[in-house]
Design a protein around this ligand. Structure first.
Ligand SMILES: [Zn+2]
Length: 468
């Protein structure tokens, strides 16, 4: 944005007061956003203990509400000896059993609150497909959406984005919106940013566009920021490398929705000269963790969600340990979810050197039902030396499916037929990394390997888990 004084700093306020340019005062919605933003900027520096005390205060209100207005919880909380007539303690909170997705489906409308605080705004339903294809419908208030927007804005601010610059989003758009070749253009960065700040345009393209159309679309719009799914990003990087047409001027690539394999960070740096910024969210509960402004790991968004990472025995993981993610969104009064097992795994990290007290997740590991099972009973989130094995053959897309305890299928889509030697080298590289001599069947998928019903691409699937 320019002014006789020269280009103005970003973020620049959207002021509604005559003759007041800076500091600005936005309208009521923008003021709400700034009020929340100011508190997030204070709370992120609190100690972990202070953050926990603040969470417990909010959880107390939520659990009390659940006990009073949510049929599912009314009788169960008594059975679990969670007394809502006295202040909530962590001990009482942890007596609430972990809630699984299948239970949420069984409970149906008995999880909906019969009433919500009027000041939380209107209640609307949100259907989520879930990666297992078992849909769940949750009720959300306008307040949950407001807090969701506040965390979206925090992500922009943490990563110092110039909100006047153009941004491009390639994502699931629902139905026929933003179709190729042109997608759709919006004058602003959307409601999270525009209420409080001046922004440039955002462009959206449906993820159903083929990679070449996506690349053309990006080239024509010259974005400074690009938001994509990791699987789509991999396709774009392959395309740009193969054709030597990597666009210039992209500063940050933002990934959402799917599990990010770390090697993509280096590829984004080497192909685009850009930084990759990931985030961890879910359709059901919104933001769980954002990438630290200074490091490649994630900070739990403690102001809006309580996150536990639990070992197999139900105890919390220590730094360095990985376990299942159990969340309690602090402000979901429409459909309270207390200690909800979201189905993902994550690894807990030590406190962040940046000084923020928000807990650290070192890695988000993907769906629990897609852990690799070893014949000796061990289960792990598999890592593959992707950077290495995709160089051993002209691999465009890959997926590994565990079909039996000792048997993997390797699905490959390649740019030309693969020689037996190449195939062998790829299989050996995968088995070396896994450290076990699984039997591997290679299946060629020249038509490409599809994403799941929810639009997410999983590069590893376990087809033998009884819960799957
Ligand atoms: Zn940090």
């Amino acid at each position: 944005m320019t002014h006789p004084a020269g280009p103005l700093p970003s973020p620049w306020p959207r002021s509604v007061i005559d003759q007041l340019l800076w500091p600005g005062l936005p309208g009521p919605q923008g003021q709400q956003m700034l009020a929340l933003t100011a508190q997030l900027q204070l709370a992120e520096w609190w100690t972990p203990e202070a953050l926990e005390r603040a969470q417990l205060a909010q959880l107390d209100a939520l659990v009390r509400h659940a006990g009073t207005h949510v049929p599912y919880y009314a009788k169960r909380l008594r059975r679990w000896k969670v007394d809502t007539s006295v202040p909530l303690t962590w001990e009482a909170f942890r007596r609430i059993p972990v809630l699984k997705r299948a239970e949420v489906q069984r409970a149906g409308e008995s999880l909906y609150a019969s009433a919500t605080p009027p000041a939380h705004g209107r209640v609307g339903s949100a259907q989520t497909s879930g990666s297992s294809g078992r849909p769940v419908t949750l009720m959300k208030t306008e307040l949950t959406l407001l807090l969701w927007r506040a965390v979206t804005l925090r992500d922009h601010l943490w990563h110092r984005r110039d909100m006047m610059a153009p941004t491009c989003h390639i994502r699931e758009t629902g139905g026929l919106r933003a179709p190729p070749p042109d997608g759709a253009t919006h004058a602003t960065w959307g409601s999270a940013a525009e209420d409080a700040f001046q922004t440039g345009p955002s462009h959206t393209l449906s993820v159903t566009a083929d990679i070449a159309s996506q690349a053309r679309w990006i080239a024509a719009r010259k974005p400074r920021y690009l938001l994509v799914y990791p699987s789509g990003l991999r396709g774009l990087l392959d395309h740009w490398e193969a054709t030597g047409t990597a666009p210039r001027g992209i500063e940050q690539v933002r990934t959402i929705s799917e599990t990010l394999r770390p090697e993509l960070r280096d590829r984004v740096q080497s192909v685009l000269g850009a930084r990759l910024v990931d985030l961890y969210s879910s359709q059901e509960v919104g933001y769980i963790a954002l990438q630290c402004p200074d490091h490649a790991h994630y900070h739990v968004q403690s102001e809006t969600i309580h996150v536990e990472v639990l070992r197999e025995d139900g105890e919390p993981c220590a730094p360095g340990e990985a376990g299942r993610v159990v969340v309690t969104p602090l402000h979901h009064f429409g459909t309270p979810l207390l200690r909800y097992e979201i189905g993902d795994g994550a690894e807990v990290g030590p406190p962040c050197p940046c000084g923020r007290g928000l807990p650290v997740l070192t890695r988000v590991l993907g769906r629990i039902r897609h852990m690799l099972h070893f014949p000796d009973g061990r289960k792990v989130w598999p890592t593959f030396a992707v950077g290495r094995f995709v160089k051993l053959a002209p691999i465009r897309q890959w997926r590994i499916v565990q079909v039996a305890l000792d048997h993997l299928e390797l699905h490959l889509c390649t740019t030309r037929p693969v020689t037996p030697e190449e195939e062998q080298a790829v299989v050996r590289s995968i088995l070396d990394k896994l450290g076990h001599p699984f039997r591997v069947t290679v299946i060629y998928r020249p038509e490409g390997i599809p994403s799941g019903a929810n639009g997410k691409y999983e590069d590893f699937l376990c087809a033998i888990d009884p819960d799957a």
